[in-house]
Unconditional design. Structure first.
Length: 128
């Protein structure tokens, strides 16, 4: 059975209406250029909205929830999906311009971690 264009449009509108009723928009406040907060979660970083999205997911927020970010009471950014934004990171390209990329796991350095010992005596070159 093939749907007529009017029936298809009505079904699509009903589906969109039911989605919008399920998803409440989360409001966030951007303070300065490195701080963002929403629902009691405060984050700082170079891309605070993306970091906030990761923290919201970790707190159990629905990944399909939209996020409105305000600065000084004005809408500065609208995120369609917290889950999609959480997968992104901002990195410089080869020309030094920032761009969105998929987030990567943190890189490990080549040097081992250094452990400072309080009982080490540098004058003797050994532990007392």
């Amino acid at each position: 059975m093939q749907l007529q264009p009017i029936q298809y449009a009505e079904r699509l509108r009903k589906r969109q209406d039911s989605r919008s009723q399920r998803q409440s928009v989360i409001s966030a406040q951007l303070t300065g250029s490195h701080r963002c907060e929403a629902l009691g979660i405060v984050v700082t970083g170079h891309a605070p909205v993306l970091t906030l999205c990761r923290e919201l997911l970790a707190a159990g927020i629905d990944p399909d929830s939209p996020l409105d970010v305000f600065r000084c009471g004005l809408l500065a950014l609208r995120v369609r999906s917290v889950g999609a934004a959480a997968r992104l990171a901002v990195e410089d390209n080869e020309n030094g311009r920032p761009q969105f990329r998929l987030a990567r796991p943190p890189r490990r350095g080549a040097a081992p971690s250094v452990c400072f010992r309080w009982d080490f005596d540098p004058a003797q070159g050994r532990r007392p």
